[in-house]
Design a protein around this ligand. Structure first.
Ligand code: GDP
Length: 311
């Protein structure tokens, strides 16, 4: 990838796409293409074809997706499977037809079986049943992986697939019901602190364990793989730092400076009990995370204060 290469970041307004865009700019890439949803609807095949025919991106980071937390996934299963299948099919197919040199497809750790052995190795894909709260999203992402792999086999298309663990950071969605756990808790603890409330409710039992990765670290991994990796095998990217949701809630409470109690709402789902990726493949390629959870929570809270709470 030279500095003048035409690079398309699909989903540049999202958590992952905006981090990739930031990192590419910092690294001196000058020819970055981005279109927001009003300019280019990726669920519209004709519009995607027109865009690729004109812009002819040489490198594509496919970070556009309909994403959401445990509640959004189970409330809108049709949106999650439909939009993701459409977006990824259109972008992957147009990339191949219009001569893109390389495409990176972003999956998710929820593609793995619900009860996969931990830490989860790449080869556990399709070895058991999925977690039901997000199977619609997972099935779409698995189809995306298989599409990229089949294009490589049949057309020699240079597509690669990266599976990130649970992500967080600046640019996340802080919607109280639809978001993932970290932005949801940052917002809830913050609002409780402002209102002088005595307690904050955290969904589920607090016992599920999750691995969290700060999105800038993920963006570094995306750019590294785009530069040096060209294989059919999918690549996990996780921090190796795993916490129980109860510990996470405590860490967010401290970050925000809320003095009250935490109550667990057992009527809300826990989701999968544990989801820790084995990231030895990406580590052997020279990547490691730089931002620990405490530090990442602090900068995410600062971003929330300046960009969300202030508005
Ligand atoms: P998941 O990894 O796909 O389950 O994604 P989430 O980030 O939505 O949820 C992670 C875990 O945090 C689950 O066990 C949730 O039940 C728990 N959790 C606790 N409080 C919240 C909350 O306010 N919002 C969300 N989304 N999850 C929460």
């Amino acid at each position: 990838m030279d500095r003048n290469a035409r690079i398309y970041v699909a989903g540049h307004r999202g958590l992952v796409g905006s981090a990739i865009l930031r990192k590419l700019r910092e690294a001196g890439f000058r020819n970055i293409l981005a279109r927001d949803r009003r300019e280019l609807d990726l669920t519209d095949q004709a519009a995607v074809t027109r865009f690729f025919a004109e812009a002819r991106p040489e490198y594509v980071f496919l970070a556009a997706a309909r994403v959401g937390g445990i509640r959004a996934n189970s409330s809108f299963p049709a949106d999650f499977i439909r939009d993701n299948l459409l977006i990824q099919t259109h972008v992957i197919d147009a990339s191949r037809r219009f001569g893109t040199a390389k495409l990176l497809f972003l999956g998710s750790s929820c593609i793995y079986p619900r009860l996969a052995p931990q830490p989860i190795r790449e080869e556990y894909l399709l070895s058991g049943p999925l977690e039901p709260t997000n199977e619609w999203y997972a099935v779409a992402k698995i189809a995306g992986i298989k599409m990229v792999q089949s294009f490589r086999r049949q057309y020699g298309f240079r597509g690669i697939c990266l599976m990130p663990t649970n992500l967080y950071g600046p640019g996340d969605n802080f919607d109280p019901e639809g978001s993932h756990v970290i932005p949801a808790l940052i917002r809830r603890f913050h609002e409780a602190k402002m209102a002088g409330a005595r307690e904050v409710v955290v969904w589920g039992s607090g016992t599920p364990r999750r691995e969290f990765l700060y999105v800038d670290d993920l963006a570094d991994a995306c750019i590294l793989l785009m530069k040096i990796y060209d294989g059919e095998e999918i690549v996990n990217v996780g921090s190796g730092e795993e916490v129980a949701i109860a510990e996470l809630a405590e860490a967010v409470r401290k970050t925000v400076g809320f003095e009250g109690n935490i109550r667990f709402d057992l009527s809300r789902p826990d989701g999968t009990p544990r989801k820790l990726l084995d990231s030895s493949r990406i580590r052997s390629l020279g990547w490691k995370p730089a931002i620990r959870l405490a530090e990442g929570l602090k900068s995410t809270y600062e971003w929330f204060l300046s960009q969300v709470a202030a508005k």
